[in-house]
Design a protein around this ligand. Structure first.
Ligand code: NAD
Ligand code: DAU
Length: 334
């Protein structure tokens, strides 16, 4: 297959490109706007590979999408504004990319009768669950502008499938972590702050629970759904472990050897979902299984950040420092 991977310069997208090039004979075309979260460096290992090419552009730009889609067998759409806290401050870009951009991709797919379209979505569209687990039949009940815009994208995908017969399907994953994770998210932020002796900010009481999934396991789940999933269906891809945020941060303290007194409880996120939990039974029926426990994945992730200062040190400057000050009310030690 020749895959159009939109948002392929971001965290999960770039890991997916590496997964595909390493494990299959497929070709990959990446289309990415290179926002603050998208980085060509994430794809550096593939520059020069004849099976890889890169187009700089936005998914909401129909002309660029038409050029990128030519000769492709499938779209895997990772492109999104992805950070909940930023969506609370500035929701506009989320609507533009996550909803409108999805519609442009679906229209472009329809125009060329693209054989397959996979929308990368999130467990956050289901909202929060105190007990039990979400299945693919659970109602959509998003809490933040981010999750509402992702839910909007999902509904468009379902509507295109029902109305036009677009051969589209959706995966909804739980919280990812691993290499190339932008340090606005809890795990990489705390790892890098621990290295620098900066505070480790925990929202509220830190008892919110996330269902952590190592990014490589997510990538194998996506490829499983793409190649073995049924169009019109949704597939949840959940991590093997659930863990309260405070325990995640304490584990990072242990692994980095920093002082536990760096942990700082800060004002909670508005509309903060208390718990996510996903049933992955349906995708397991296609032969997928998460391979990496949270303990093992977190150890590997901390080691990756230790070994890749050249990747993260330019990020902890400029715009990121301004974002940090806005979000946390104080500066980082740099
Ligand atoms: P990310 O923010 O690291 O990457 C997003 C990528 O999309 C970046 O490369 C960015 O430049 C690109 N992009 C943004 N707007 C664009 C536009 N208009 N046109 C083209 N490219 C654009 O995000 P991520 O964490 O890698 O998430 C990827 C996808 O997976 C998203 O759709 C997200 O909703 C979903 N998801 C993420 C997680 C997670 O834990 N990170 C879990 C489940 C689902
Ligand atoms: O569940 C899947 C989602 O996971 C994806 O759809 C999103 O794109 C991705 O960003 C992620 O969303 P979260 O909001 O769960 O991830 P984040 O890393 O921002 O936060 C994880 C938890 O940690 C959450 O309960 C909020 C908390 N947190 C986060 C930050 C950044 C803190 O306590 N302190 C922080 O500084």
């Amino acid at each position: 297959m020749k895959l159009l991977v939109t948002g392929g310069a971001g965290f999960i997208g770039s890991n997916f490109v590496s997964y595909v090039l390493a494990n299959t004979d497929d070709e990959v075309v990446v289309l990415d706007k290179l926002t603050y979260a998208g980085r060509r460096e994430n794809l550096a290992a593939h520059e020069g590979d004849p099976r890889f090419s890169f187009i700089h552009g936005a998914i909401e730009d129909r002309e660029t999408v038409d050029r990128a889609i030519a000769g492709c067998d499938a779209i895997v759409n990772f492109a999104a504004e992805s950070h909940v806290d930023r969506s609370i401050d500035e929701p506009d870009a989320f609507i533009q990319t996550d909803i409108f951009g999805t519609q442009v991709l679906l229209e472009a797919s329809r125009a060329v009768d693209l054989p397959r379209y996979l929308q990368i979505s999130t467990d956050e569209v289901y909202g929060s669950i105190d007990e039990g687990t979400f299945t693919e039949e659970s109602p959509i009940d998003p809490s933040s502008p981010y999750s509402a815009s992702k839910a909007g994208g999902d509904l468009l995908v379902q509507a295109y499938h029902r109305t036009y017969g677009t051969p589209a399907l959706i995966t909804r994953a739980s919280n990812n972590y691993g290499p190339f994770h932008y340090p606005e998210k809890l795990i990489p932020l705390c790892i890098l702050n621990a290295f620098a002796g900066d505070k480790l900010p925990v929202y509220g009481d830190g008892m919110q629970v996330r269902n952590w999934l190592y990014v490589e396991d997510h990538c194998s789940g996506i490829y499983t759904a793409l190649t073995r999933g049924e169009v019109g269906e949704v597939y949840n891809i959940g991590g093997p472990d659930e863990c309260p945020n405070i325990d995640v941060v304490k584990r990072i303290v242990e692994l980095t050897g920093c002082d536990e007194s760096l942990i700082e409880f800060v004002t909670d996120r508005p509309g903060h979902d208390v718990r996510y939990s996903l049933s992955s039974e349906k995708i397991r029926g296609l032969g997928w299984q998460a391979q990496t426990s949270f303990d093992e994945g977190l150890e590997r992730t901390v080691q990756w950040y230790r070994d890749n200062e050249a990747w993260w040190s330019p990020i902890r400057s400029g715009d990121y420092l301004e974002y940090y000050k806005r979000q946390y009310g104080h500066a980082l030690n740099t």
